[in-house]
Design a protein around this ligand. Sequence first.
Ligand code: PLP
Length: 403
Amino acid sequence: MPRPYHSPLTEQDQPMPSYSNRVSTFGTTIFTEINVLAQKHGAINLGQGRPDFDGPNEVIEASIAAMRSGKHNQYAPGSGTASLKKAVADHAARFYDLDVNPESGVVITSGATEGIFSSMLGLVDAGDEVIVIEPYFDSYVPNIIMANATPVFVPLRPPDWTFDRAELRAAFGPKTRAIILNTPQNPTGRVFTYDEMKFIGDLCIEFDVVCISDEVYEHLVFGDARHIPMASIPGMFERTVTIGSLGKSFSFTGWKLGWVSGHPDLIAGVGRAHQFVTFASHHPSQEAAAVALSLPGTYFEEFQEMYTTKRKLMLDGLSAAGLKPFSPEGTYFIMADFADVFDGDALEFTQHLVTEIGVACIPPAPFFAPEHQHLARTQARFSFCKADDTLKQAGERLAKLSR
Ligand SMILES: Cc1ncc(COP(=O)(O)O)c(C=O)c1O
């Protein structure tokens, strides 16, 4: 139950003002909780998607040069620097053949997180419904609630983490304004196929719905999987805003820089919200991000190769320990079923793993609405954006599980 709101216009004996009803259901994020627990027990932290290595040196150098030049230490233009907006548009043309307008089709944000929030505020009205595919990145639902809209949940189900087409169709209705989609998908590692994307896109067109497409792991796909941007599905460019992140594609999560791109009519709404959420994002990082997005194809190929090795190390470690991991088609996360080696739910497993085995992971319940949490009762998420040695060491520790 939401707590009652206490007016700040208090008389002396009234309770002190406290937080709003709007945030009363928001707890501490699971990532913060697990980080604290992992630190306390000296566990190898495979919880949060936080690389333990730096991104490309030339991008760091570009950021330092931007700061030293004395030209980029004051507010950037609200929607982003011209050079970065052009780099975002060029990147969309280079990789996906998309025609993004560099002036009116891009907003630079303080991380993808802000991009998603500004999209929600700028595109969704109070009382609208927003479809959320579960398991979902944890900011989506609080963002929908802060926009005074209502989430409508459609789960992906293990072991192959696909959605039921009839169930998804049934979620669309006259009140649906938007769907928030994530591909490659955190935490499952799914990369939606062309067929799946087309199915979702066709529903958006039929029901006149906007797609907020979180594609922050666009450059992390494995094997035969291909990233299909929602904006590239016929008829969907006009109804999609696409979210990208410097943190994910270039391993600078601490810089918190992201971008939203799409049709100018939708981007205008995102920009209107953005100007009163943060106004402008970190200026020197924008200079560096323009360099990052313009790196040659070899950077992106080597990035995928590096993660292909890490993915194998993690999959091998989990399988050898007796877990059943889903081989991720993308992202740097693996969902693994632990039912064969542990008798309990995901929270109990996580606690056991941190305290007895020395490895931290994430229990996926917070990524589901309460009515669907049972689907991942025996699943845990492991991130493999760590040094190879760290992943090998984690594998050795995990082996204790099967003994
Ligand atoms: C699916 C997804 N979207 C958005 C974000 C947030 O990205 P940023 O750090 O750029 O805000 C994350 C970070 O983990 C993520 O996994």
